[in-house]
Design a protein around this ligand. Structure first.
Ligand SMILES: Nc1ncnc2c1ncn2[C@@H]1O[C@H](COP(=O)(O)OP(=O)(O)OP(=O)(O)O)[C@@H](O)[C@H]1O
Length: 239
């Protein structure tokens, strides 16, 4: 059974069709990459999956349940965690306090378990040494790590990452990839939108390409990247 299934999901903003009859499944434990030109509808697709925006048509199933009309908070409690393209921590709270907020509200964890759970997430995201620092004082890589940690603190079965590698140096990117790989190895299903293709392709097992809200390619990353339509539309290479 897939952990996530979209069937004919559509969304328009006025006359602009941003999600055009999109259907796909994600098996449990898989890492799926999503690529596409700016404005292709990638973040909108995440918003439809998490419930931040309501689809005009179609259905979303998560972990065997129809969640098409379920609010984002309930989807989070059911096991969907996400990072945002622009990190959105509580700047005045410490790194640890940010995780406590996520763990307390994002999953049904007993109060006595919160501290241990958050310490564990800090270790897995390599933020233990920053635990008592205000979030506003972090470097870009640390803010990306905190964004990942906040999503992990909600105890996700499905982790949605929105351009988490953007703006990092090569070395920082490699360090973040190691962390994401380790999370994936623990069995967390991942859907990752990313423009940094080498980072994405070093983690994902399957690639989905969006263009003007439509899926124009899906499958093995190397085969998808090699297809004529993807090379023409996404990479702008004339064949
Ligand atoms: N709330 C909204 N109201 C109106 N138009 C929107 C809204 N959200 C997104 N759009 C438009 O929908 C289109 C797709 O936006 P979206 O952010 O999903 O693209 P994207 O593929 O994530 O782009 P990028 O790679 O630049 O982040 C864009 O033309 C955008 O301007």
């Amino acid at each position: 059974m897939p952990i996530l299934a979209l069937q004919n999901v559509s969304k328009s903003f006025g006359a602009l069709k941003v999600t055009d009859n999109v259907s796909f499944d994600v098996p449990k434990g898989q890492a799926l990459g999503i690529i596409g030109p700016n404005g292709a509808g990638k973040s909108t697709l995440f918003n439809l999956i998490t419930g931040n925006i309501r689809a005009d048509g179609g259905a979303v199933q998560f972990d065997g349940q129809d969640v098409t009309r379920t609010p984002p908070m309930q989807r989070c409690l059911a096991g969907m965690g996400r990072s945002f393209q622009i990190p959105q921590p509580f700047g005045n709270l410490t790194v640890f306090e940010n995780l406590v907020v996520a763990a307390t509200h994002g999953q049904n964890l007993a109060e006595a378990q919160v501290t241990e759970h958050c310490a564990n997430v800090l270790a897995r995201t390599e933020l233990l040494g920053r635990a008592n620092q205000p979030a506003s004082s972090l470097s870009l890589l640390q803010r990306k790590r905190l964004e990942l940690a906040r999503a992990m603190a909600t105890g996700p079965k499905l982790l949605l990452l929105d351009e988490i590698a953007g703006g990092l140096t090569e070395a920082e990117c490699d360090a973040l990839i190691d962390t994401i790989r380790a999370i994936h190895a623990e069995g967390v299903t991942i859907i990752w939108i990313e423009h940094v293709l080498h980072a994405l392709n070093s983690v994902v097992e399957r690639l989905l390409v969006l263009d003007f809200g439509r899926i124009i390619g899906m499958g093995d990353p190397a085969e998808v990247m090699d297809s004529r339509e993807v090379r023409e539309i996404y990479l702008g290479i004339e064949i």
